[in-house]
Design a protein around this ligand. Structure first.
Ligand code: SF4
Length: 461
């Protein structure tokens, strides 16, 4: 008899700083929007334009506590300061002002941190954005966001700021609500043409970006970390990160965690136990399913060492009877449906791999699955305009490395958990929404995320 699946609450129920953490990214009252007065009361929006030229302002920014070690929070974990300096150098070489973009598109179904920051901490993000734009002498900075409530909150925050004509001007750009819209070349393409699809690299945005100008695209949490480092008593840039924690039948919670926290400590706090019987889908759909080792260090290098990727920082817990093969199949099925439909290798391989993984419920005779899966895991890296093929490769590698006995068991005798009825929803349980955006669509996927990729134009307001 198959154990019934655990119920799957998908709406965020709480946002909590880790015990002992000071007033950081979440603030003291996490679900109260922080307006300009409240943000300034804790020392925000201090003079960002002291005397001196752009080079002085850039070196002042570069000396912010922790900025040298801050890794981007969008998923790729690229060093933020290296990116900022590359754009400054590119703009100086080209003799044109750069463009700066706060990327809050957050297409990752298991993460809500970016929308949370834009809805509830808009001034923290705008302070970071303006600091970077001032340091680069960028005349315009865009906030790129799909979530309607986040757009409203940011637009109100910009109005509250009443920016002087001298200095960077802020614009809100309505992003498409798709998985790939937040990839940085898709961001540049959307701001230039209205179509949010990734482009081949090189050139990268720091070389040729919006309207041909070198463009800095930074995730909104990265910008919030930059601003926080400048607040009185603020922790340094990389000392904490936001983690959307979901799954295991518990309501999702957004935590601010100390970077490097052992997973066991988080499990004790979130589940009341740190047992070893569960798995964790790390980094949203990007990081692979690992056993929930209590000593797994929650940092980019820590997760990388164990064969996964921390990605956007989200953690989805898979408690028994959840099956890692079924969850991997569901994520790849999502990619097969929600890829941007423009790279042949990505389109063909995500569909074939999703179908093959689903077959492990009842493996067909004569198919050499044991050879097929590792071959795909090795071949897919770098095979598309964006990182979706790499994500599928990471998922397959993590499955094969961390769950070899589970895969072998599937190959020998199939799996009841993986069997499903025709038309059964595949990824509706792998989703987290903020309290106001949980309107459910017919297939169990909230409407905004169930939408197909439509190459309609976005717009600036
Ligand atoms: S790799 Fe896939 S998701 Fe990425 S741009 Fe190409 S088709 Fe789209």
């Amino acid at each position: 008899m198959v154990a019934p699946p655990l119920p799957v609450p998908t709406t965020l129920s709480a946002a909590r700083p880790w015990p002992g953490l000071a007033d950081g990214l979440l603030g003291r009252d996490p679900f109260a929007r922080e307006d300009r007065d409240a943000y300034e009361a804790r020392g925000g929006h201090r003079d960002r334009r002291p005397a001196g030229d752009g080079a002085d302002r850039l070196s002042r920014l570069a000396s912010s506590p922790g900025l040298g070690a801050l890794l981007g929070r969008g998923g790729a974990a690229f060093p933020a300061l290296t990116k900022i300096r590359a754009v400054a150098a590119g703009a100086a070489r080209a003799g044109v002002p750069p463009v700066v973009v706060a990327n809050g598109a957050e297409g990752e179904p298991l993460s809500v941190k970016d929308r949370y920051l834009l809805r509830y901490r808009p001034h923290l993000v705008l302070d970071g954005l303006l600091s970077v734009a001032e340091a680069l002498d960028a005349p315009v900075a865009h906030v790129y966001v799909a979530d309607r409530a986040a757009q409203e909150s940011v637009a109100s925050a910009i109005a509250e700021l009443d920016l002087p004509a001298r200095g960077p001007q802020l614009r809100v750009f309505t992003a498409q609500d798709t998985y790939v819209a937040g990839e940085e070349t898709a961001v540049v393409r959307a701001l230039t043409t209205g179509i949010a699809r990734p482009t081949d690299k090189p050139p990268r945005p720091f070389q040729v970006g919006v309207g041909g100008a070198p463009t800095l695209v930074l995730n909104v949490e990265t910008l919030a970390c930059i601003a926080r480092a400048g607040l009185p008593g603020g922790q340094d840039g990389g000392s904490t990160f936001l983690a959307t924690v979901s799954g295991a039948g518990r309501s999702p919670v957004l935590y601010e965690l100390p970077t490097g926290l052992p997973l066991g400590a988080l499990l004790s706090e979130h589940l009341g136990r740190a047992d070893s019987g569960i798995d964790v889908l790390v980094g949203g759909f990007f990081g692979g399913i690992l056993p929930a080792w209590p000593d797994l260090e929650l940092s980019h290098p820590g997760v990388l060492r164990r064969g996964g990727s921390l990605g956007c920082g989200s953690l989805h817990l898979l408690a028994p009877p959840a099956c890692p093969v079924r969850t991997t199949a569901d994520v790849v099925a999502y990619y097969a449906r929600h890829n941007a439909g423009q790279c042949g290798m990505c389109m063909a391989s995500t569909s074939a791999i999703a179908a093959t993984l689903a077959e492990l419920a009842d493996p067909r005779e004569g198919v050499n699955y044991a050879a097929l899966l590792p071959r795909w895991a090795a071949q897919l890296r770098g095979r598309g305009a964006c990182a979706v093929p790499d994500a599928v490769a990471v998922l397959l590698r993590a499955l094969l490395r961390s769950h070899p006995q589970v895969v072998t068991r599937h190959l020998a005798s199939g799996c009841d958990q993986c069997r499903r009825e025709p038309g059964e929803p595949r990824w509706g349980h792998l989703f987290v929404s903020l309290p106001a955006d949980d309107e459910a669509a017919a297939d169990g996927v909230p409407a905004a995320r169930a939408r197909e990729l439509v190459p309609s134009a976005g717009g600036t307001r």
